[in-house]
Write a protein of this length. Structure first.
Ligand SMILES: NC(=O)c1ccc[n+]([C@@H]2O[C@H](COP(=O)([O-])OP(=O)(O)OC[C@H]3O[C@@H](n4cnc5c(N)ncnc54)[C@H](O)[C@@H]3O)[C@@H](O)[C@H]2O)c1
Length: 359
């Protein structure tokens, strides 16, 4: 198929190209200038060679996983950029999941006060979410994503053929963010995800490209309207407040973030019903069915047995209060009224939350 294109209308606009094989186009975006490829040790042997025009570019492969989102890793990447002789006209090409994208974006925004980054996401989660929008960050001992910048990429290449090698659970995690984005985007995208469910599970690269492009369109519109998360971009936190509570209660790293987001969506819908906000009464059952079909857990009970974690209601409420996006005291929720109609800044009292978590 011809690549699908989505333009992101940020202050410095850029194009996202989506489809099987698009990684071979990334070299053109890096330009004639020197480039460095940042990847991780899992992705390098599987997909590095797909960056065909960048065969000669030096490569740095970090340890896979969240531990590479550290200031130490930023330093390592910056030193490698200097050793490779990158200058202000050079580009960093980030080939990997959200970890590589966040680390690479941050290093590129710091090197010589900022050089271009070309994002080449290789997990479904990074393709539908992390690679677009310009948020970069690493973790501090005090919490996740506490040190970062906004640095929009020069271009994004989303190659859905690379998803063939993605571990099952990482695919499911990507579906969590996909369903979230469809709920924000509206009926057409949610219908498309439902209709394509079997082909998505079979990792059909064309079906994945159609759905990822739908998600990128939604994210691009949200980001263009609020580049620095001053207000409306909060809609992207749908399901996340609950997901953070789940991850906090389970112990970070036990449950993949996107899987927790999937359950978080079901909880956000339960909250919407309980608080009298829900207008589309059929939506919770519809979302539950889709979550199940795509390998996610619509209930806390399902998460408890799949990951062998207690997830007590009390520790979930405590985790919700701990969420850095909440405000002091009562947590504020993002909940759907209907498909494509999301309510921001909904206050929730402890009693309502306890009931939702206990259900
Ligand atoms: N910047 C943003 O807007 C944003 C948004 C969402 C998430 N994030 C960040 O993204 C990170 C999570 O990203 P992730 O879920 O992609 O995790 P990840 O980058 O750790 O990748 C998950 C695993 O899959 C492996 N992998 C990647 N692509 C593969 C492929 N094609 N085949 C086989 N294995 C592959 C990786 O090596 C890793 O082991 C978190 O740190 C989160 O904070 C950032």
């Amino acid at each position: 198929m011809e690549p699908l294109a989505v333009d992101v209308a940020t202050a410095a606009p850029y194009r996202v190209q989506i489809g099987p094989g698009v990684l071979s186009l990334a070299a053109a975006a890096a330009g004639d200038a020197r480039a460095l490829v940042l990847t991780d040790a899992n992705v390098e042997p599987l997909h590095r060679e797909r960056l065909s025009g960048l065969a000669e570019a030096p490569t740095v492969a970090v340890e896979p996983g969240e531990t590479s989102k550290s200031l130490g890793a930023v330093e390592e990447v910056l030193e490698a950029m200097a050793t490779a002789g990158l200058d202000r006209t050079s580009a960093l090409v980030a080939l990997g999941g959200g970890v590589v994208g966040d680390l690479g974006g941050l290093a590129a925004s710091l090197y010589m006060r900022g050089i271009d980054v070309v994002q080449c996401p290789t997990t479904l989660l990074a393709q539908v979410d992390a690679a677009v929008g310009g948020k970069t960050a690493v973790n501090l001992a005090a919490g996740k994503n506490l040190a970062g910048t906004f640095h929009q990429p020069r271009a994004v290449f989303v190659d859905t053929a690379v998803l063939a090698t993605l571990p099952e659970e990482e695919l499911a995690a990507g579906f969590g963010e996909t369903i979230k984005t469809a709920l924000i985007g509206g009926e057409e995208l949610l219908d498309k995800v439902e209709a394509a469910a079997d082909r998505l599970l079979a990792r059909d690269p064309d079906a994945l490209a159609e759905v990822v492009a739908g998600c990128v369109r939604v994210k691009a519109a949200v980001v263009a309207g609020d580049e620095r998360e001053r207000g409306s971009r909060k809609v992207l936190n749908l399901g996340h407040t609950f997901a953070h509570a789940i991850e906090h209660a389970a112990g970070y790293g036990r449950i993949p973030h996107g899987v927790a987001v999937g359950t978080g969506l079901a909880l956000a819908l339960a909250a919407s019903r309980r608080l009298g906000i829900l207008e589309d009464g059929d939506l919770p059952a519809r979302v539950r069915t889709l979550l199940e079909r795509l390998g996610l857990c619509p209930t806390l009970g399902g998460l408890r047995s799949r990951y062998d974690v207690p997830l007590e209601p009390n520790s979930l409420v405590a985790g919700l209060r701990h969420d850095k996006k909440g405000r002091a005291g009562a947590p504020f929720l993002v909940v759907p009224r209907a498909v494509g109609a999301i309510e921001l800044d909904v206050p929730a009292d402890g009693e309502a939350l306890q009931a939702i978590f206990g259900a």
